[in-house]
Design a protein. Structure first.
Length: 140
């Protein structure tokens, strides 16, 4: 049996990536909504979990960039930048999840979640495009 990747496998992975990242970005946006509406309660107790997640992300990024044999300066600058962005996203995703669990009626009763899902889809496309073309802008 031939096990070469097919367009169908690529499409399934692409759909899974879009759905997964859209859900995570929507959760992060809901975390921002919780912050703006002052519904973010008790996040101080969750900060150590976010810090641990950010540190794990930092180490994974170092390993990945080392595996790709980037130079040391690129590795540390990229790792720190992406780890900070990842930590912020992790914080807002976590707080978005807490907000959804604490106030499902507010989320489902409004159409806000549909707008946030739409923004999440667009952000997914922009991030994919940015990851595919970042070298074009770094060399400017």
């Amino acid at each position: 049996m031939d096990r070469t990747p097919t367009a169908s496998m690529f499409e399934k992975k692409a759909v899974a990536l879009v759905i997964g990242s859209t859900v995570l970005l929507t959760m992060a946006l809901l975390g921002v909504v919780a912050l703006v509406t002052q519904q973010m309660v008790g996040y101080g107790a969750r900060l150590p979990v976010y810090a641990l997640g950010g540190s794990v992300l930092f180490v994974l990024l170092v390993f990945e960039f080392e595996r790709r044999e980037f130079d040391g300066r690129t590795i540390i600058l990229s790792t720190v930048s992406l780890a900070v962005v990842g930590l912020v996203l992790l914080f807002f995703m976590g707080e978005g999840a807490v907000y959804v669990i604490s106030h499902p009626d507010r989320i489902l009763a409004s159409r806000l979640v549909l707008y946030l899902l739409a923004v999440g889809v667009v952000c997914t496309g922009l991030v994919y495009w940015g990851l595919s073309h970042w070298r074009e802008f770094v060399s400017l």
